[in-house]
Write a protein that binds this ligand. Structure first.
Ligand code: C2E
Ligand code: MG
Ligand code: MG
Length: 835
C-alpha cells in the first residue's frame, strides 16, 4: 500500500502508476458491485459506501499533496481537497440514510447542497491553477480570470442551448420530477460542463508550459467522469437508484482528481513566455459554439419554431456576455499594443544608444548626420561636427582598472552633455571616441568645442581617485559651396583634424581646413599612399633645410632636413599633418627614406652653399627604431652619395612610444659605431623625456620650444633649462634649443649656457637652392661636424672629423669650442622676406 505521507507523495512523479492503480481500483469496485451484490437497497448501500471511501481517500490525498507545495500550487490542491471533503460528507449523509432508512426516495434532497460544494471548489481551484500558469501573452490577472469565466459560461451556455434544441423535449419531460428537483439535478452536469470547458480553455491558452498539461488533462478526465454519472442521474431521476456501472463516474471522478493533485510538474518557475503561439485559438474558441447556436436557433425560428420567453432571456444574456467578452478583448488588445510599442521603443533605443553612457551610438549619429547634411544641401541649414578622442585613456584603464575607466566614460558623457544644447546630439562612437553634431548652433561650434576641452580638463573624482584626462578635438564644417558631402567624408575629416591635434601635442582643438591651407585633409591617406608608392618627388615631395646655428655668433653649423609636400590635388600639406597620417598608415618610413636620400644627394650643394661641408640632420620616426634594416638603410644612403657618416645626425622624433627599447638601443649603437650621430628630438614634449636620455646612447638633445620658453615664465623655464643643460653636459650630450623666434630668447638661452639653436630667427626651412647664405669667410677646419658632436667621435674618415668631442667642456654645455666666432663671420641668417 502506498503510504500517503509527505515523502511518499512524491509518487506523483510516477503519475502513470498512480493512474493505473486508481482506475483499476474504481473498475474492480464497480465490477464487484455489479456482479456480486444483488440489486436493491444493498447495492445502493454498497455504491454509496464505495463512493464515500473514494471521496474520503481523494480528499485526503489532495489535502496532503497541498502541504507538499507552496503558493497557488498548494491553494488549488487545498480547494480540491475541501470540495472533495464536502462531497464525501454529503455521501456520508446518504450512507447514514441508506442504513437508517433503506427504503427512502432517491430524489433530490438537502444533501445535494453538500455535493454542490465540489463544483464550487473545483471552479475556484481552476482559477487558482490558471493564475499559476502564465498565458503566452501576459495580461492582467483579474481580467484574465473574468474572461476565462465568461468564456466557460458562454461555451457551456451555447452547448446546453444546442443540446436543448437538438434533443427531443420528451427526454427532459421523462425526467418526471418536479421542476425544482430537475433543476437541481440538472445543475450538476451543467456545472461539470462549465468546469470541463474551463479546464480545456486553460489547457488551450497555456500551451507553452507542457508539464502542467498532465494535471489539467487528469482534472478534465475526472470532471468528465463525474459529469457522465451526473447526466445519467439527471436522466434517471424518476427511475430511482443508479446501477454500479452508471455510478462508476462517482468513483473515477474523485480518483482522477486525486491523481491530478499528485502530479508534480516540478518546482521550477514556469518558463518566461513571449510567443503568441495558439493565442488565436483562445481568442476565437468561445465564439465557435456561440455562432453554432445562433445558426441552429436561426434555422429553427426560420422553420416556424417559436422561442419561449426563457429562451429569449437566455439569448439576451448570451449576447450580453459576448459583448462583455468583446470589451475585455479590446482592453487586452490595447494593453498588448501599448506593450508592443513599448518593446519597439526599447529595441530602438538599444539599437541606437550606447549602453554604457546612454549617449547616441555611431549608427544614430551617422543617420542624424546624414539628415543634417540633407538639410544643409537643400535648405542651406548650417552643420558642424566636433570629434573628440580622449588622450591616453588606455593609461587610465591600466592604472585604475576598467571599472573606473567605465565610470570615467560615463562622467565624461555627463560633462559633454552640459556643453551642448538640447537640440544638439552627443554620441559615443566607440572606445574613447565621442562626437557632437551641431545643427542649430553650428555657428557656435568654436566656443562649444572650447567649452568641451575646458569641461574635460577639470579632474574627475571617482571612488576616491582623482583622475585627470584631456581630449584632442577635431572640428569640421562643410566648405563654402560644398554641397555634395557624405556623412563618411565629414567624419573622416573630423578624424583627420582630431589626429592633427594629437600630433600637435594633444589636449587641443584643430579645425579642419581642407587642402587649401595645408590643414588636415581627410583624403590624405589615399593621396599619401599614391605619392609614396611611386616616386615621391613626382607627387610634390621635396626637402627643405633649416639652419642650426651657434647662438654666440649665429654661424650655421648644420641644417635640419624637413619633408615638404605640395600634392598636385590636395595642395601644400602641413608636415605635422602628413607625418601623422603617414605614421598612422605605416608609411612614414617611405618619407624618412626619401628625405635621407635627398639630404645625402644635396650634401654637395649644401657644402657649396656654405662654402664647407656641413652636417645634415634627418628625422626618423621613433616607431621605426626597432625595425630591422634601418641602420643598413642609412649607411647605404650615405654610401650611395658618398657622404661621410660623420656628417649625418639622425633625429629621433618620438611622437609614438619606442616599441622595443632594447632593439632601439642596438640600432642606435650600430649607427654611432659607424660615425652617425643620434639626436633626441623635441626633448621635453611627447614621449622624449629623461627616461630616454637614460636608456638611449645619444649624442645630441634638441630642446623642445615649450621647454625653452623663457619669455613666459623666465624663472621657472630658466631653472629648467639650466638643469637640463647641466645634466646633458655631465653626460657629454650636446644641446640644441629649438623654436627660437626672437632675439630675446636667443640671448636668454645663450645666457643660460645653451650654445646651439634653431628657429625662424635664424632662418626658415627652405629648398637647397634658396638657402642663399653669406658664407663665412674662413670657417674653422673642424667647425662643421664638431659643433653638434656629442660624446662619440666618428670613427669614419672623410671630411672634417667630429673630433672635438673632447672640446665639449665638462659641465660647460655642448660644442664649447664651436662657440668661438670665426673670424670675420657674417654667417648670420637674415630673417626670411616672405615664403
Ligand atoms: P621637428 O623635427 O621638431 O622639426 C622642427 C619643426 O619646427 C619644423 O616644423 C620647423 O619648421 C619648425 N620650426 C623651426 N623653427 C621654428 C620656430 O622658430 N618657430 C616655430 N613655431 N616652428 C619652428 P615642420 O617642418 O612643420 O615639421 C614638423 C615636424 O614634422 C618635425 O618636427 C618632425 O617631427 C616632423 N617631420 C618633418 N619632416 C620629417 C621627416 O622627414 N621624417 C619624420 N619622421 N618626421 C618629419
Ligand atoms: Mg627634427
Ligand atoms: Mg624638433
Amino acid at each position: 500500500m502506498i503510504r500517503l505521507t509527505g515523502t511518499a507523495l512524491r509518487v506523483g512523479a510516477r503519475t502513470p502508476l498512480t493512474l493505473v492503480l486508481a482506475v483499476t481500483g474504481a473498475v474492480v469496485v464497480t465490477l464487484v458491485g455489479a456482479l456480486a451484490i444483488p440489486a436493491g437497497s444493498g447495492q445502493r448501500l454498497y455504491n454509496d459506501a464505495a463512493q464515500l471511501a473514494a471521496g474520503a481517500l481523494a480528499a485526503f490525498v489532495c489535502l496532503t499533496a497541498a502541504r507538499e507545495h507552496r503558493g497557488l500550487r498548494s491553494r488549488w490542491r487545498t480547494l480540491l481537497g475541501f470540495g472533495l471533503t464536502g462531497w464525501t460528507l454529503a455521501r456520508l449523509w446518504w450512507v447514514a440514510r441508506d442504513v437508517l432508512d433503506p427504503g427512502r426516495a432517491t430524489g433530490v434532497g438537502p444533501a445535494d447542497f453538500g455535493f454542490l460544494i465540489l463544483p464550487v471548489c473545483v471552479f475556484l481551484a481552476l482559477l487558482a491553477m490558471s493564475a499559476a500558469l502564465p498565458r503566452p501573452v501576459r495580461a492582467s490577472l483579474p481580467r484574465d480570470r473574468v474572461v476565462l469565466v465568461i468564456d466557460s459560461v458562454l461555451i457551456t451556455g451555447s452547448l446546453v442551448a444546442l443540446a436543448w434544441s437538438a434533443l427531443p423535449h420528451r427526454v427532459f419531460r421523462e425526467v418526471g420530477e418536479s421542476p425544482w428537483a430537475a433543476g437541481v439535478a440538472a445543475a450538476y452536469p451543467v456545472a461539470d460542463l462549465v468546469l470541463i470547458v474551463m479546464a480545456l480553455l486553460v489547457l488551450a491558452s497555456r500551451p507553452t508550459w507542457r508539464p502542467a498539461r498532465a494535471t489539467l488533462m487528469l482534472a478534465v478526465a475526472g470532471l468528465v467522469a463525474l459529469g457522465c454519472s451526473d447526466t445519467v442521474r439527471l436522466l434517471t431521476l424518476s427511475t430511482g437508484t443508479l446501477t454500479p456501472l452508471q455510478a462508476t463516474g462517482y468513483l473515477l471522478g474523485p480518483a482522477l482528481l486525486a491523481v491530478a493533485a499528485l502530479t508534480n510538474p516540478g518546482t521550477a518557475a514556469p518558463p518566461a513566455v513571449d510567443k503568441l503561439e495558439a493565442d488565436w485559438l483562445h481568442l476565437i474558441l468561445p465564439y465557435v459554439p456561440v455562432v453554432a447556436t445562433g445558426i441552429v436557433i436561426a434555422v429553427r425560428t426560420g422553420a416556424g419554431g417559436q422561442l419561449t420567453s426563457y429562451e429569449a432571456y437566455l439569448g439576451w444574456l448570451g449576447l450580453g456576455l459576448v459583448v462583455a467578452r468583446q470589451m475585455f478583448t479590446i482592453v487586452d488588445n490595447t494593453v498588448l499594443l501599448a506593450r508592443v510599442s513599448e518593446g519597439q521603443e526599447r529595441l530602438h533605443h538599444q539599437a541606437y544608444h550606447d549602453p554604457l553612457t546612454g549617449l547616441a551610438n555611431r549608427a544614430l549619429f551617422r543617420e542624424r548626420l546624414a539628415l543634417a547634411l540633407d538639410s544643409y544641401r537643400y535648405q542651406g541649414l548650417p552643420v558642424a561636427l566636433i570629434f573628440a578622442d580622449l588622450d591616453d585613456f588606455k593609461l587610465i584603464n591600466d592604472s585604475f582598472g576598467h571599472a573606473i575607466g567605465d565610470r570615467l566614460l560615463r562622467a565624461i558623457a555627463d560633462r559633454l552633455r552640459t556643453c551642448v544644447g538640447p537640440a544638439d546630439l552627443v554620441a559615443r562612437l566607440g572606445g574613447d571616441e565621442f562626437a557632437v553634431l551641431l545643427e542649430h548652433r553650428a555657428g557656435e561650434a568654436d566656443p562649444i568645442a572650447e567649452a568641451m576641452l575646458a569641461a574635460l580638463r577639470a579632474p574627475f573624482e571617482l571612488d576616491g581617485h582623482t583622475v585627470a584626462i584631456s581630449a584632442s578635438l577635431g572640428l569640421v564644417r562643410p566648405h563654402l559651396g560644398e554641397r555634395d558631402l557624405s556623412a563618411d567624408i565629414l567624419l573622416r575629416r573630423a578624424d583627420a583634424a582630431m589626429y592633427a591635434s594629437k600630433r600637435r601635442g594633444k589636449n587641443a582643438l584643430v579645425r579642419y581646413a581642407g587642402s587649401a591651407d595645408g590643414g588636415p585633409n581627410a583624403d590624405l591617406p589615399h593621396l599619401l599612399m599614391r605619392a609614396l608608392a611611386g616616386s615621391p618627388a613626382d607627387y610634390g615631395f621635396e626637402v627643405h633645410y633649416q639652419p642650426i646655428v651657434h647662438l654666440a655668433d649665429e654661424t650655421v653649423l648644420a641644417v635640419e632636413a624637413l619633408a615638404r609636400w605640395n600634392d598636385p590635388i590636395a595642395g601644400p600639406v602641413d608636415p605635422e599633418v602628413f607625418v601623422t597620417v603617414a605614421e598612422r598608415a605605416g608609411l612614414v618610413a617611405a618619407i624618412d627614406d626619401f628625405v635621407l636620400d635627398r639630404a645625402c644627394s644635396d650634401a654637395a650643394a649644401l657644402a657649396a652653399t656654405y662654402g664647407r661641408p656641413i652636417d645634415v640632420h634627418v628625422n626618423v620616426s621613433a616607431a621605426r627604431l626597432g625595425q630591422h634594416g634601418l641602420a643598413q638603410g642609412v649607411l647605404a644612403a650615405l654610401h650611395r652619395h658618398d657622404v661621410p657618416a660623420s656628417r649625418l645626425v639622425v633625429e629621433i622624433t618620438e611622437t609614438k612610444r619606442i616599441p622595443d627599447l632594447s632593439r632601439a638601443v642596438e640600432v642606435t649603437e650600430t649607427l654611432r659605431r659607424h660615425g652617425v650621430r643620434v639626436a633626441l628630438d623635441d626633448f621635453g614634449s611627447g614621449y622624449n623625456a629623461l627616461a630616454q636620455l637614460h636608456s638611449l646612447p645619444i649624442d645630441i638633445v634638441k630642446l623642445d620650444s615649450s621647454l625653452t620658453d623663457v619669455d613666459v615664465a623666465p624663472e621657472r623655464a630658466g631653472a629648467l633649462c639650466r638643469s637640463v643643460l647641466t645634466i646633458c653636459a655631465d653626460m657629454g650630450v650636446a644641446v640644441i634649443a629649438e623654436g627660437i623666434e626672437t632675439r630675446e630668447r636667443a640671448v636668454d638661452l645663450a645666457g643660460l649656457g645653451c650654445k646651439l639653436g634653431q628657429g625662424y630667427l635664424f632662418g626658415q626651412p627652405r629648398a637647397v637652392h634658396r638657402l642663399v647664405e653669406v658664407v663665412p669667410a674662413q670657417p674653422g677646419p673642424d667647425r662643421g661636424g664638431a659643433a653638434t658632436s656629442g660624446r662619440a667621435p666618428s670613427p669614419s674618415g672623410g671630411g672634417p672629423a667630429p673630433s672635438d668631442a673632447a672640446a665639449v667642456p665638462a659641465g660647460g654645455g655642448s660644442a664649447g669650442s664651436s662657440s668661438r666666432s670665426p673670424a670675420g663671420t657674417s654667417a648670420r641668417w637674415r630673417p626670411p622676406q616672405g615664403p
